[in-house]
Design a protein around this ligand. Structure first.
Ligand SMILES: [Zn+2]
Length: 267
């Protein structure tokens, strides 16, 4: 099973979509669509709300992540347009980012927030190396666009766009792209022992970031990339994403006995 996050315009990537169902999580209800890509069952969540009307700073990322996990999904791909910061990243380029810098405060800071104890997730590989590889290989084969296979995504609060001074500051910090998405959900995916990676494209660059001028990629072009990537994800994962809390029993913070009972019940 695969989870796909994106605006509603990208739903046609998934075939044979059913009517939406509601998944009730401890963080709230989530509308989920179920369909197929080749032999895989795919669940699609409209990441900006059912009506595409919620900016990232008010999206219920915790509910989205937990809904996928409760459905049995262990691998999730997100589709996003981001701003280019690195001068070598041009509008229309594809990006499979590998790391991020958090430049915002948005909660809950952990999917286990509110528990008496919560473990500390290892974020050495924040994005799944295996899914990134399949996305990169598929993008190379199915698109003529310039592709960046490594990129640091600086995550900002939004929803407004960035100033010219902020763009320059982010560039000097080592960022390649900027977005209002990805954090804190990336942490929840690691905490819930799930694979998470994204395919993005550069919508705008530098200080010329008025949304009415953003460049978007059509669903047909993305479909071929995403469908082949999902088809090629190995049946058994060879990454570290799905074993966050395994083998760390010597550290009491990472002891699985410190995981909340509600998570142990669905784990
Ligand atoms: Zn993984």
């Amino acid at each position: 099973m695969i989870g796909l996050l994106g605006a509603s315009q990208y739903e046609p990537i998934v075939e044979n979509l059913d009517e939406r169902t509601i998944v009730s999580t401890r963080f709230g209800d989530v509308s989920v669509l179920k369909g197929r890509i080749s032999d895989n069952t795919v669940f699609f969540i409209r990441r900006f709300g059912w009506h595409d009307n919620k900016a990232s700073d008010v999206v219920n990322h915790a509910a989205h992540t937990l809904a996928f996990r409760m459905l049995g999904v262990r691998r999730v791909i997100t589709l996003n347009g981001f701003g280019g910061v690195n001068h070598d990243f041009n509008v229309g380029d594809l990006v499979v980012y590998h790391d991020y810098v958090k430049m915002l405060e948005r909660g809950p800071t952990t999917i286990f927030f509110g528990e008496q104890r919560w473990p500390r997730a290892n974020m050495t590989d924040p994005f799944c190396t295996e899914i990134r590889e399949t996305l990169i290989n598929s993008a190379r084969y199915n698109s003529n666009r310039n592709l960046h296979t490594m990129a640091v995504n600086i995550c900002v609060q939004g929803p407004h766009n960035e100033t010219p001074a902020e763009f320059e500051a982010f560039r000097r910090l080592g960022a390649d792209i900027v977005s209002t998405a990805i954090y804190p959900e990336v942490v929840y995916y690691r905490e819930l022992e799930m694979c998470f990676a994204g395919l993005s494209w550069i919508t705008d660059s530098g200080s010329d970031n008025d949304e009415k001028n953003w460049v978007r990629i059509g669903v047909d072009e993305l479909s071929s990339i995403v469908r082949e990537a999902i088809k090629n994800i190995p049946d058994v994962s060879n990454c570290r994403c799905q074993s966050t809390w395994i083998g760390n029993e010597s550290d009491h913070y990472n002891d699985t006995t410190s995981l909340p009972s509600w998570y142990l019940d669905i784990r």
